[in-house]
Write a protein that binds this ligand. Structure first.
Ligand code: FRU
Length: 519
């Protein structure tokens, strides 16, 4: 009996030890889970890679219910290096699932930016009836050629996937487009052009865009050029995109060409300009004289739109950084994030076509209950709102007031200041005191400006997304947009709203929401 008791005692101890072990393990797992994507400055509702360096979005394509996001990726460091295509997928453009690296560098070079198409009619012969291939079209950057001082080190290659992007095979006939001596010859964006039953590739060549057509994605013929003497030319042209949009409220259709440029953006460094015009299957033309920008902030670069989205929707994603300081931002495990996906539309105001970009509707599903009120302030008056989650929030209101200042603050005397000034017709984004700014001289050395000449006379909307290290401002539903990174040392928890007009300020439907994290 005594032996039995001792035996039971030891079994109980062993069981308890086991239980403790399991609980310990569980605790470790739980912490691992809660620590995931919780590093300082880690965006909670924007896409960022788990670790290491990321730049441009690539190969944006929708296929069989899946939005693919490929991106320029260097898996071995948090600075730019030999480029791969990283990969993630989403079914709602909000939640993302990481996938293995899609394309690795090979003997022809690093894999630079490009696009992806669904080869529905199997023009390439890579797919089969009922299983069309996804075809990626990208730039090969041959480092050896560049180092040797040659001019022909960028060529275009293709690869295909028969399992909706999970695995890729490079075409053995690469490159499909050689280089006759243009140093910057890259970033192919390919689309299917229905009227001519052809593929059209838009490519940049230093200071202009070139257009090529193909019947099979393998043989390409030059058909036109655009831009040598149009638009902004403060830097090299990169990452083009060409697509058609219907002008809102009409049957008219126009073509838009977007071109990233680095440097030469209105607030310094990298930025993305656009042209509205026509495309005849061979070349693009536009009578636009002035330079126009899809986003006036410093941190929306190299963006392109999705191919193949149902209902001809044009969804855009940009890289939320700037080559001026992309390599210096104060994150440790990874570098940079993408903008929220935005829907493009075209609006005619007077004689001018404006390209509008506004967050996709599915993003609103992340809003939690928050503060809602109407705000009325007399001339010169100020109000303050405290909210624990301005680091991960949406602030939104409609107003007719065109003179106000919004100051997001923390208790370290850091502040992000947004000012609308109707007399000057300028919206200002001031991050000079927003937190860490000293990591590179161009980050915090100026107040960013955006001209806002055509604000409506009546109510317009202001919507602001804040996500740990970024702010995106959409005025009048995406007519005026500014995107910028910020690195506060503590979360902003106070918002001052100042009426800088000489009449009553009224913010209707003034709402502040915490935004759910997606990771
Ligand atoms: C734009 C860009 C592209 C190029 C890629 C290289 O940011 O310079 O022109 O393909 O990045 O990573």
């Amino acid at each position: 009996m005594k032996q039995l008791k001792i035996g039971l005692f030891f079994i109980l101890i062993a069981l308890q030890a086991c239980k403790n072990k399991v609980e310990e393990q569980k605790a470790i797992l739980d912490t691992a889970k809660t620590d995931y994507y919780m590093e300082p400055y880690r965006p909670q509702f924007h896409f960022s890679p788990e670790k290491m360096w990321m730049n441009d979005p690539n190969g944006l394509v929708y296929h069989q219910g899946v939005y693919h996001l490929f991106y320029q990726y260097y898996p071995d460091d948090i600075v730019w290096g030999p480029m791969h295509w990283g990969h993630a997928v989403s079914t709602d453009l909000v939640h993302w699932q990481h996938k293995p690296i899609a394309l690795y560098p090979d003997e022809l070079g690093f894999i630079f930016s490009g696009s992806a198409v669904v080869d529905e009619n199997n023009t390439s012969g890579f797919g089969s009836d009922g299983n069309p291939a996804l075809v990626a079209i990208f730039t090969y950057h041959d480092m050896k050629g560049e180092k040797a001082g040659r001019d022909d080190f960028q060529t275009q290659g293709i690869a295909y996937s028969l399992d909706n992007g999970d695995t890729w095979t490079k075409f053995e006939g690469n490159p499909v487009l050689g280089n006759e001596g243009i140093r910057d010859f890259r970033d192919p964006k390919v689309m299917w052009h229905e009227p001519s039953q052809s593929w059209v590739m838009t490519l940049v060549a230093g200071d202009h865009a070139k257009f090529y057509t193909s019947k099979n994605l393998k043989d390409w013929e030059l058909t036109g050029e655009f831009g040598k003497d149009q638009g902004a030319h403060g830097g090299v042209w990169e990452c083009p995109d060409l697509f058609q949009l219907q002008v809102e409220g009409t049957d008219e259709k126009k073509w838009a060409l977007i071109i990233s440029i680095n440097p030469g953006a209105p607030n310094g460094g990298s930025g993305t300009q656009y042209f509205i015009g026509d495309f005849d299957g061979k070349t693009f033309t536009s009578d636009q004289k002035e330079s126009r920008w899809i986003d006036w902030g410093t941190d929306n670069y190299a963006g392109i739109t999705y191919n193949n989205v149902p209902n001809d929707e044009r969804i855009f994603v940009g890289w939320m950084s700037n080559w001026d300081y992309a390599r210096d931002t104060p994150t440790e495990k990874w570098r940079s994030a993408m903008t929220v996906p935005r829907k493009f539309s075209l609006k005619k105001v007077g004689d001018t076509y404006g390209l509008i970009n506004y967050p996709v509707a599915s993003l609103e599903n992340l809003r939690e209950e928050g503060i809602k009120k109407t705000l009325r302030l007399k001339a010169g008056e100020k109000d303050s709102v405290t909210f624990d989650h301005f680091n991960q929030a949406e602030v939104e209101f409609t107003t007719v007031t065109k003179d106000f200042r919004l100051v997001f603050k923390n208790d370290k005397e850091e502040q992000l200041v947004l000012t609308l000034d109707s007399e000057r017709s300028i919206f200002y984004l001031d991050r000079t005191q927003s937190g860490e700014t000293g990591f590179q001289e161009n980050f915090g050395n100026r107040v960013q400006e955006m001209p806002i000449e055509h604000l409506p006379k009546d109510d317009f909307e202001v919507r602001i997304l804040l996500d740990h290290s970024s702010v995106e401002v959409f005025i009048d539903k995406g007519q005026y947009v500014m995107t910028a990174q910020v690195f506060p040392n503590k979360y902003y928890t106070l918002l001052d709203i100042e009426n800088t007009s000489d009449t009553i300020l009224e913010f209707k439907n003034f709402e502040i929401h915490r935004v759910k994290g997606i990771w």
